[in-house]
Write a protein that binds this ligand. Structure first.
Ligand code: FES
Length: 121
């Protein structure tokens, strides 16, 4: 286990990402809402390159049983990573899969020191 400088703060504006290879693994660091998050570029569905997907939002559905209507609300704009292969969605702020329960992106520890974004692997 070691620390790797994978970017500088100046490289990653809010909403940016950087894909790097560290110790033979593809890992992406995302800068979202002032925080940094790092995940292995591996989708739990069929191992697609999830970290290369679009950052977008998602729809939250509310079903009313009495009126049998569905109300959709767009939410989490810029916080949802959409896998480019089949569209599974992940919350990029914590790695939670929004398409299947109990699934998480493999995450990695990340910190910022002296303007450097440092991954521990
Ligand atoms: S591999 Fe990501 S949704 Fe299928």
């Amino acid at each position: 286990m070691g620390e790797h400088v994978i970017a500088t703060q100046d490289e990653l504006s809010n909403g940016d990402r950087k894909l790097v290879e560290v110790e033979g693994r593809e890992i992406a660091v995302f800068h979202v809402n002032g925080e940094y998050h790092a995940y292995t570029n591996w989708c739990a569905h069929q191992a697609g390159p999830v970290c290369e997907g679009k950052l977008t939002g998602t729809s939250d559905a509310d079903f009313d049983r009495d009126s049998l209507t569905v109300e959709l609300d767009w939410c989490k704009e810029g916080e949802v990573l959409n896998c480019p292969w089949h569209g599974w969605e992940y919350d990029v702020t914590d790695g939670t899969c929004l398409s299947k329960e109990k699934v998480q992106l493999p995450s990695h520890s990340i910190k910022v020191e002296n303007g450097e974004v440092i991954l521990t692997l």
